[in-house]
Design a protein around this ligand. Structure first.
Ligand code: ADP
Ligand code: MG
Length: 339
């Protein structure tokens, strides 16, 4: 017997994929919120208990799933969002990998209720560690509710690695902010241990930032606006006098998706040069809109790192746009770095 290679069973493959997609409760929250948005929800509730260790639940009023789709949604590489490799270059949705639900169901106890609008009844599915425990026809509101309990129940090393409830809640809140800030047209409610910690009505971008970070934010924001062939830039920077010593509110979004970009961050910092102390961080909420063909989102499973075709042009435009806004709104205080 010289042959030793075998195909891994699905539940093992799912568990391996889960290691990349689900690092902590906040990763589950990100995936569930994104699915709710892709489903066209206008109202989304996030319910968290004990930093997500006891419960993570997302309830949406989106399009829901048929009975067959409800079951299929937990299979790996099962997605309604793309159907060919070509679609990868024209992504309109947050999801496309068809991995999140399969991964989550591989390492937790999942309870899903879902109904599509034109059906009278919906589907209730329970899955534990990739195994379907039950599937029933039920009466349930239109939309989808997914509860996740006992995260990492079958991966003790991961479970032990989780931080305090407070730290996990902070990570969850960060993910919530990232989603809420880019979808001001969606109403969000966020409950932690039974009390509502965010109640975000439908508003515009500026008001959403104020609802998330407090009304004192409104007077700090300076609008940023530029349209070119390569990119549409919009959003806000915080006035230089509010720059912080610690990393504060710094958000880039590309095509409605939160992204991390040390490179573009540098462009902002350079634009602020001379206006803030060298060790201070400027605050910003920058929304970039580029041709979906010119951005590659598929370089990392969590999709927060992306690759732009025109990175250098983007850098230059961002820097000059922010400089322009800072000048136009005459917000440059004279800082004396000697003292
Ligand atoms: P992806 O989002 O990459 O397609 P997921 O594993 O997150 O992969 O979801 C698999 C499929 O399940 C989605 O493509 C979608 O059709 C369906 N789905 C998941 N969550 C929802 C939801 N909240 N409402 C409606 N459909 C959903
Ligand atoms: Mg998804």
């Amino acid at each position: 017997m010289a042959d030793i290679i075998k195909l891994l069973p699905d539940h093992v493959a799912n568990q391996i994929a889960a290691g990349e997609v689900v690092q902590r409760p906040a990763s589950v929250v990100k995936e569930l919120l994104e699915n709710a948005i892709d489903a066209g929800a206008t109202l989304i509730k996030l319910i968290v208990k004990d930093g997500g260790k006891a419960l993570l639940q997302v309830v949406d009023n989106g399009k829901g799933m048929s009975e067959t789709d409800a079951r299929l949604s937990f299979e790996r590489h099962a997605t309604s969002k793309i159907s060919s490799a070509q679609d990868l270059f024209n992504l309109q949705t947050k999801g496309f990998r068809g991995e999140a639900l399969a991964s989550i169901a591989a390492i937790a106890h999942v309870d899903m209720l879902t109904r599509i609008e034109d059906m009278e009844v919906g589907t209730h599915i329970k899955i534990e560690g990739s195994k379907v425990v039950s599937q029933e026809v039920v009466a349930t509101p239109k939309g989808t509710s997914i509860s996740v309990k006992n995260l990492f129940f079958n991966i003790p090393a991961r479970r032990n690695f989780l931080k305090s409830n407070q730290v996990e809640l902070r990570h969850i809140t960060d993910e919530f902010h990232r989603v809420a800030l880019v979808h001001p047209n969606i109403e969000f409610h966020f409950y932690n241990n039974g009390s509502e910690i965010f109640n975000l009505p439908k508003v515009n971008y500026r008001q959403r930032i104020a609802h998330v970070f407090g009304s004192r934010m409104t007077e700090r924001l300076v609008p940023v606006e530029e349209e070119t062939e390569v990119v549409n830039i919009s959003g806000f920077i915080c006035k230089p006098e509010y720059a912080k010593k610690s990393r504060g509110e710094q958000f880039f979004f590309a095509n409605n998706r939160f992204i991390k970009s040390p490179y573009l961050h540098h462009a902002v910092v350079v634009a602020f040069e001379g206006l803030i102390k060298p060790d201070a961080f400027p605050g910003y909420f920058i929304y970039l809109e580029v041709d979906p063909k010119s951005i590659d989102i598929n370089i990392h499973p969590t999709k927060t790192e992306v690759k732009f075709d025109d990175e250098h042009a983007l850098y230059a435009m961002l820097r000059s746009t922010i400089k322009h806004s800072l000048g136009q709104f005459n917000v440059a205080p004279i800082l004396d770095f000697e003292h």
